[in-house]
Ligand binder design. Structure first.
Ligand code: ZN
Length: 310
């Protein structure tokens, strides 16, 4: 069994409009944009990262905004809901704020004993704010969102699956422990994780397979401390029969990817080197950062990218 995974690292989704996406995460939700770069495989498209002050693993939501991308269709084989942790008592504030800003799909309920506020992102992305006691992570603070209510990072994610057995086995192998069950939803928790520690599995045997598009989660990444641990995790996964990519340099972390039996693309990402690798913490996310191989084409790339604010 793998012992080195510490919870989530980041979640990466797709969007249809970079400016709307940036406004929603930095203004509506009050996260910090910690990196403005491009999709390393498609440099005409942004890759935007939002999180806490440093972009600490377990807080980082990232987006590929493909201009005018078709909407995804929710289904099985994907992350259906990305969950953020907020302090106890914060949800009335968020309900008012999200309503006032015209956010859709707002619905309050409880799950596993915690108050939850579900809502939709600009591309109908499935989100929830979950009240969490004793989340010691320090939030990024913006105008109008106080320390008493600000998002601490992810609490976890909910997977919609045709069947859950194979994913249950994989999560167990990755070091997750089976926790409660509520109705048909099974919860798994990473002991000693970074705060972004819960994975909920929902069986949806009659739901069609998801069609990826704007608003869909592209992949979900799990955190390991460093490259050495990553290689150990890679070997353990390969020895168990998973097809894992070679280690890929993503400038701010090192990544390996593998497709899981339930259809979701998993990544294992390192906590090193972090988002301050190429700019000061005080100015994270302000300038357009390019991997060195695209630096010679900077002016051509910048021409194709719409400004994020008017
Ligand atoms: Zn990733």
């Amino acid at each position: 069994m793998i012992k080195d995974i510490k919870g989530l690292h980041h979640i990466t989704s797709m969007a249809s409009d970079a400016r709307d996406n940036n406004r929603f995460f930095t203004d509506t939700l009050g996260l910090r944009r910690v990196k403005k770069t491009v999709n390393f495989d498609e440099p005409s498209v942004y890759h935007l990262y939002y999180g806490d002050e440093q972009g600490t693993p377990g807080t980082v939501m990232t987006y590929f905004p493909f201009p005018h991308m078709m909407a995804g269709r929710a289904g099985v084989g994907e992350v259906g809901e990305t969950q953020f942790s907020v302090p106890k008592g914060a949800l009335p504030f968020w309900k008012d704020r999200l309503s006032a800003q015209g956010v859709g799909g707002i619905e309050a309920d409880t799950a596993f004993g915690a108050n939850r506020l579900r809502f939709s992102g600009p591309d109908s992305d499935g989100f929830a704010l979950v009240e969490t006691a004793d989340d010691a992570r320090t939030p990024w603070i913006t105008d109008g969102i106080s320390d008493q209510v600000a998002i601490r990072g992810f609490s976890g994610a909910r997977f919609n699956l045709h069947a859950t057995e194979a994913t249950e086995e994989l999560l167990g192998f990755m070091g997750y422990e089976r926790s409660d069950r509520e109705g048909e939803v099974s919860r798994f928790i990473m002991p000693g994780g970074n705060g972004a520690d819960t994975i909920d599995l929902v069986p949806r045997p009659t739901m069609p397979i998801a069609r990826q598009g704007a608003g869909s989660v592209h992949h979900i990444a799990f955190a390991v401390e460093n490259r050495e641990k990553q290689l150990e995790v890679r070997k353990a996964l390969m020895d168990t029969g998973y097809q894992v990519t070679p280690v890929i340099d993503r400038d701010y972390f090192w990544a390996i990817y593998f497709r899981t039996p339930g259809g979701i693309l998993f990544e294992i990402a390192t906590n090193e080197p972090g988002f301050d690798r190429d700019e000061d913490t005080a100015h994270l996310g302000e300038a357009l950062k390019l991997p060195s191989r695209y630096e010679p084409y900077r002016s051509r790339i910048e021409e194709k990218l719409a400004p994020l604010s008017a």
